[in-house]
Design a protein around this ligand. Structure first.
Ligand code: 6CS
Ligand code: FE
Length: 307
């Protein structure tokens, strides 16, 4: 019996904006949370939370060293996990970094991030997807407006909105070099997009997403209601954002790369089922299924209040 599709998209000729049917914060005892009540309320209301400079300069420089090694690793560059920018061929993203890189698998489980995700999602967690988005200087292309959940629901079969992304800034993110732009509060509305998912769509969508992105009228109406907010912050900061937050980023023609690590935490109770479209599941490097492993048990988060 296929799972009920609570968030249909790419099923009709007209776009429609649906209400969210899931809580934003699943944890209930805010006094037991690893972050303050004020921070939790901001995340609940806006759909994102920026934690400045959580990781030290020394940690960030180790992460950047890993990034530079990836850029020289021809086997990786030749694999399907590496996505290049259309035109320039510059490295755009590398996926499944939590699986193939010891340092980044530790970062994914770091209590300064994972314990917050665990409270917000109120369940055991696993990494649904991880990636390093390079957004290189001069050639970094845009990531057009989208809700990650729309893709993860339709193409990966993620049933409910019980997942979040942690973006760890490896370089300073500014309004000039393509920092993430968000529509604060848009996570409470789900844009059901038009169009149909083409066969093997991920081979194009990771370079430039065109299907599953909101139409101009829906975007304009979200913008009218929620506005825009910049998430510009220094390297080492962490941006937590809800799976359904409308976001995008501009191209980067400055000499300064905007490179970020992304870990997508999903609740174990929200594991992916069959895709909610007529295509086979996307490959493992985009959506964890076979290589599923629980994140280590909760650390003693009380002493680690961040932010
Ligand atoms: O298709 C995906 O899963 C990826 N695409 C975008 C534009 N954001 C989320 C994710 O990295
Ligand atoms: Fe995204």
């Amino acid at each position: 019996m296929p799972a009920k599709d609570l968030y249909p998209s790419r099923t009709s000729a007209q776009p429609v904006i649906l209400d969210r049917q899931d809580p934003v914060i699943h944890g209930t005892d805010f006094s037991a949370a690893p972050i303050s009540e004020e921070q939790l309320n901001q995340y609940d209301e806006k759909g994102f939370l920026l934690l400045p400079e959580v990781f030290s300069r020394a940690e960030v420089s180790r992460f950047l060293n890993e990034l530079q090694q990836m850029q020289q690793n021809q086997t990786l560059l030749d694999s399907e996990r590496a996505i290049t920018e259309p035109g320039s061929g510059a490295l755009r993203s590398v996926f499944q970094i939590h699986q193939y890189n010891d340092l980044f698998s530790q970062v994914a489980a770091d209590p300064r991030v994972a314990d917050i995700a665990r409270f917000i999602l109120d369940d055991d967690l696993y990494i649904h997807q991880s990636r390093l988005n390079f957004k290189p200087g001069f050639n970094g292309r845009e990531f057009y407006w989208h809700s990650d959940f729309e893709t993860w629901h339709v193409e990966d079969g993620m049933p409910r909105m019980r997942a979040l992304s942690a973006s760890i800034l490896l370089t300073d993110n500014s309004d000039f070099n393509g920092s993430l732009m968000v529509m604060p509060g848009s996570h409470r509305q789900y844009v059901s997009c038009v169009g149909e998912t083409p066969e093997g769509y991920y081979r194009n969508s990771l370079q430039q997403q065109t299907v599953g992105t909101p139409d101009n009228h829906s975007l304009a109406s979200l913008h009218k209601e929620f506005g825009l907010e910049s998430t510009a912050a220094p390297a080492g900061s962490v941006l937590l954002f809800d799976c359904n937050l409308m976001h995008g980023s501009n191209g980067n023609i400055t000499p300064m790369p905007r490179s970020n690590l992304f870990f997508v935490y999903n609740a174990v109770s929200n594991r992916c089922v069959a895709p909610f479209c007529n295509q086979p599941p996307r490959p493992e490097f985009l959506a964890t299924r076979e290589t599923f492993s629980l994140l280590p048990a909760r650390n003693n988060a009380r002493e680690r209040k961040v932010g």
